[in-house]
Ligand binder design. Sequence first.
Ligand code: SF4
Ligand code: SF4
Length: 170
Amino acid sequence: MSNTNGMPVTQIRRKDLTFWQKTYIPEIFKGMVLTMRHMFRPKFTRQYPEEHWNPPASFRGRPVLVTEEGTERCVACGMCARVCPALAIEVQAGETPLSKERYPERFEINMLRCIFCGFCEEACPEEAIVMSDEYELVFHHTEDAIFGKDKLLMSSDRLAGRLAFLRRSR
Ligand code: SF4
Ligand code: SF4
């Protein structure tokens, strides 16, 4: 046999199957042995939701607003809303008699938009918005996915693990 240029072409023949290979029995047997071996190994499937998973501090769950002694750290600068690639954050600033002068009168995160990227956390100059360890989000209506301050505020004690992780990794 030759190609279009008249050069000889080497033809590769596949090796003929043996009798046992044609029957597939050894391969079926090997597959069954593998299955049996796995049946007696310890199980590692988590029986969620009965068995809850506690994520490590590096985990990026839903973003929350950090509070200290009942007051949010946020100074309503709007940096988080500016960097959010999903345009999920809305901040409305208000004046406060506290030394920080401004606070978020309204702060909302649309959890249907949020992609858990953590950019808001990185951009915040006050360490006021951080990714929590909460990953269970269930909504029955789209309006329920707009999280206001009532759902976003979380004490710094509850977020101690994440805040320590951020300080270590910065
Ligand atoms: S985690 Fe990302 S997408 Fe979600 S609110 Fe923050 S910046 Fe926006
Ligand atoms: S959470 Fe941080 S970045 Fe966002 S408005 Fe408040 S202080 Fe600014």
